[in-house]
Design a protein around this ligand. Structure first.
Ligand code: ATP
Ligand code: MG
Length: 319
């Protein structure tokens, strides 16, 4: 029988092939897949089972120097959706604004230690990890002092490698590590890209969406050449998609023409629930599981895991 967590309201043990997210306030015990389909009107998606080649400690930086495009919303909600798919996830908040931290229950000023302490070497990264409402989702928060880190680290030896080094001891404890980058290409973003295996780029479907993308791609290229040759592009994610607007469709078409299969099939719609959930310190799946926002991020988690499984199969064949 699947086990039911009353704390999180998630059914979390249906074998390795599937996980389902269910209503938190009204948990039900179910004893078969058919039962779930019958009893849960909000059945969301079947996630791919864990691929035996699925590696631990995959690090993805969520980056775009353009502000307000959906980086933090993606870090928090992709993280929560992967946790619902039975993967252990660590979100690292590298943005001094601290929005990922507050979105996961740690508002500004309420935590003393975070990624700053790990970057400066005062603490290990492990010592700064905080739990969240979801058992498998953890966060390293941003504290106010992170705002000074960009300047303080300038004269420090190996300044670009501080996060990568801090992650060494901890990365294999998680399946996925998502880094929420600030809206700049400064030292905090550079540290994130040097530490990461891949970069996910959220784009807002609006007129200037592609503006600045060239600079971001050049930065990724420079990081590859100088610090992290294995860094690759995870994909481009179309956010705040509004199918009623012609402009949204035009922008989406143009981005797909330009970047082809690098663009995720999943699009994140503009959805009020996604905008509201951070003020409750919750990812959207714990705020309104039936919302389009919840479904789209669960869908994204599924696509993310499927792509990962394809690429690990491919690299196994190539070996
Ligand atoms: N799909 C969406 N539908 C509705 N609102 C959204 C959606 N995605 C993000 N938002 C809201 O838009 C604002 C900007 O989103 P978010 O904070 O994720 O962007 P960001 O790229 O991290 O911004 P910054 O560059 O400032 O860090 C937030 O108020 C967020 O709640
Ligand atoms: Mg942000």
């Amino acid at each position: 029988m699947p086990c039911l967590s009353r704390k999180t309201g998630l059914v979390i043990s249906l074998g390795t092939w599937a996980s389902f997210v269910i209503n938190r306030s009204n948990p039900v015990t179910v004893d078969s897949h058919n039962e779930i389909e019958k009893s849960l009107p909000f059945l969301i998606r079947i996630f791919p089972g864990r691929n035996k080649n699925e590696v631990m400690g995959r690090i993805t930086a969520i980056a775009n120097q353009k502000g307000g495009v959906g980086k933090t919303t993606t870090a928090v909600n992709l993280g929560a959706s992967l946790a619902a798919a039975e993967r252990s996830v660590l979100v690292i908040d590298m943005d001094p604004q601290g929005n990922a931290s507050s979105g996961l229950g740690y508002p500004r000023g309420e935590v003393d230690d975070g990624v700053y302490q790990a970057l400066t070497g005062e603490m290990t990264l492990q010592e700064t990890v905080m739990s969240t409402e979801l058992e498998r989702l953890h966060i390293v928060p941003a504290t106010e002092d992170l705002a000074g880190a960009g300047i303080e680290l300038v004269d420090v030896e190996n300044r670009e490698y501080r996060l990568r080094k801090a992650l060494d001891d901890i990365k294999n404890k998680y399946d996925h590590i998502l880094i929420d980058c600030p809206p700049s290409l400064g030292l905090l973003t550079v540290n994130s890209l040097v530490a990461a295996h891949t970069v996910m780029v959220p784009l807002q479907c609006e007129y200037y969406a592609m503006e600045g993308l060239g600079r971001l791609m050049n930065t990724i290229e420079r990081i590859r050449a100088s610090f992290n040759p294995d860094l690759s592009l995870e994909g481009i994610l179309l956010c705040m998609y509004d199918p009623r607007m012609n402009l949204t469709k035009q922008v989406a078409d143009e981005v797909r023409q330009h970047f082809a299969s690098t663009v995720f099939d999943t699009v994140i719609p503009r959805n009020v629930r996604l905008g509201e959930s951070p003020s409750f310190g919750k990812p959207v799946i714990l705020y309104d599981i039936n919302s389009k926002g919840s479904r789209s991020y669960l869908e994204l988690a599924k696509e993310y895991l499927e792509r990962l499984s394809l690429s690990s199969d491919r690299s196994k064949k190539e070996r």
